[in-house]
Design a protein around this ligand. Structure first.
Ligand SMILES: [Zn+2]
Length: 219
């Protein structure tokens, strides 16, 4: 899943208005931030497999450290604990932990059965939404719109970075997602993996920057 993870981070702002969108984005994307790093380190593996699902042409055959259910629970506990140690705020820490777990749940809905439950277990799960182009588009778009609505009901722009910067970021995410259906030159060499990592972090920094220029609404 792509937009759905960003949607959860945006929506989570309603539950934890004091928590930075940057932190919520890291939580929502944590497995996908770790995955390219683990690929570069040779710990996890994938291969190009056109047609393996209708939407996503990669065989994600070995990524238990970033994407198994057990790893998700451990990363969730780790990030929630880290957040609590730094911020001393229980509510925010709880939401951060739940947002990390949401990544696995959304991927479980989306992926073909390639998500393991534990490290090295033989059970792989996934409901395979990626086998339906229409289904994928409807679910991703609906989640994204709901996330945006909840976020803008919770925060208001303090200046142009908070308004134009935020909407430009939303537009960029939507167009990146739309573009992913056309660019079929997918490759998984070192350079493209590094670019993916840099791009993912740049998107988070951009969202975090716009969020810093928005204030919580008094409701
Ligand atoms: Zn993922």
């Amino acid at each position: 899943m792509f937009l759905g993870h960003y949607a959860v981070a945006l929506a989570a702002k309603k539950a934890a208005p004091k928590t930075s969108l940057g932190t919520l984005l890291i939580a929502a994307q944590l497995p996908d931030l770790l995955f390219p790093l683990f690929i570069l380190l040779g710990i996890e593996h994938l291969r190009i497999a056109p047609g393996i699902t209708v939407v996503f042409p990669m065989d994600l055959y070995d990524y238990p450290l970033s994407h198994s259910l057990l790893a998700g629970l451990l990363w969730s506990a780790a990030l929630a604990f880290l957040y609590y140690v730094i911020r001393k705020e229980k509510r925010g820490a709880t939401i951060v932990g739940l947002v990390v777990i949401s990544h696995w749940i959304l991927d479980f809905i989306t992926h073909r059965p390639d998500l393991s439950l534990g490290f090295g277990t033989g059970t792989y799960v996934g409901l395979g939404l990626w086998n339906s182009l229409a289904g994928t588009l409807i679910v991703e778009s609906a989640l994204f719109v709901i996330g945006i609505i909840l976020y803008i009901r919770t925060t208001k722009a303090g200046d142009r970075i908070g308004s134009i910067g935020f909407w430009a970021w939303i537009g960029f995410l939507a167009s990146m997602y739309a573009g992913s259906f056309f660019g079929s030159d997918s490759s998984i060499d070192t350079l493209s993996t590094i670019l993916l990592m840099v791009g993912s972090w740049a998107i988070i920094l951009w969202g975090c920057w716009a969020d810093k220029h928005r204030a919580a609404r008094d409701v």
